[in-house]
Design a protein around this ligand. Structure first.
Ligand code: NAP
Length: 279
């Protein structure tokens, strides 16, 4: 098996990288940063996002696995303290994987050029100078006129990231869907948008079109941790991508356990002693 190891810039990540290299050598795995079959990310969910984008053009042939050097993450199944178990699972890798939906972002520029991008968490579009205005279509039908700071379109696995901070729903990654959340929309007697998160089906798509009178200038588009300025855009189309991301399945992790562990921590509860009334 060809293996790549991507890691965050910390001493503990580098130490773990060296131990993974040694384990790969003793298992007869080849280290290959260019065309790996397995990409191991050592760091946080942020490191896994970077690893994903490094191999985003090889999604059919690469499986990902993440080892977190801090708390348990959403893309990182293993903790630093579990390194021996992780190395044992790695050397017994049977090629099993689990796959999750991705977001396709297609940008059509005024000169007719069309560029496609992919995101694992989400793509957000924001305007920092003044509000952003655009028309929103679902499939071919006009749905609403949006005015506000921006919009975020997320995948199910990205639903616990920026989407959640914007009041979006946490979505189980077995659902083939994408979710749109508004960023500070203006809703009054003049402007009206849904003002709730919405999820679309796999065979639907969302289109944003700048309104000519409010040309889309000074707008930035994010793809996970990446950001780019957008100019001269005719329309942007978001849909569930044809490609999926594959994660090596060394052990089963329940999605809702991850959510509970990250956001609620019921196993640590109560953080303080309950009062008599609360009991
Ligand atoms: P960053 O500072 O590297 O990451 C922000 C935090 O988001 C980190 O704690 C990261 O976890 C966590 N994270 C990443 N993906 C997640 C997911 N799917 N579910 C739950 N938490 C997740 O920020 P960045 O590099 O600019 O952007 C990376 C991602 O961070 C974005 O795709 C976005 O989803 C998220 N983000 C969230 C907010 C917000 O909630 N207001 C703002 C900016 C970015 P680790 O510590 O494990 O890396």
């Amino acid at each position: 098996m060809r293996v790549a190891v991507r890691y965050s810039d910390t001493e503990s990540s580098k130490k773990i990288r060296d131990m993974i290299y040694a384990s790969c050598a003793s298992s007869g795995f080849e280290l290959d940063d260019v065309n790996p079959e397995l990409a191991i990310s050592v760091g946080g969910d942020g490191t896994l996002l970077k690893t994903f984008h490094t191999y985003a053009d090889q999604l059919d042939s690469v499986r990902f696995v993440g080892l977190h050097t801090g708390h348990l993450g959403f893309y990182t199944d293993w903790l630093e303290s579990e390194l021996p178990e992780f190395l044992a699972a790695l050397s017994n890798d049977s090629g099993e994987s689990v796959s999750y939906p991705l977001l396709e972002v297609e940008i059509e520029y005024s000169d007719g050029q069309v560029v496609q991008h992919i995101a694992l968490n989400e793509s957000a579009i924001r305007r920092y100078e003044g509000t952003m205005t655009c028309e929103i279509f679902i499939k071919e039908e006009k749905f609403e006129f949006f005015k506000g700071d921006g919009l975020c379109i997320s995948t199910p696995t990205g639903s616990t990231g920026l989407n959640k901070s914007l009041g979006g729903a946490v979505v189980h990654p077995r659902l083939d869907t994408i979710q749109m959340t508004e960023i500070a929309s203006i809703n009054n007697r003049v402007y009206r948008s849904l003002a709730s998160p919405l999820l679309i089906a796999k065979d639907e798509w969302i289109v944003l079109k700048p309104v000519k009178a409010h040309a889309m200038t000074g707008v930035f588009l994010s793809l996970d941790h990446l950001n780019m300025p957008l100019n001269d855009v005719e329309k942007i189309t978001y849909r569930v991508a044809k490609e999926r991301v594959h994660f090596a399945r060394y052990r089963h992790m329940h999605f809702w356990d991850r959510v509970e562990n990250s956001f609620i921590g019921i196993n640590d509860y109560p953080k303080r002693k309950l009062t008599k009334e609360e009991k």
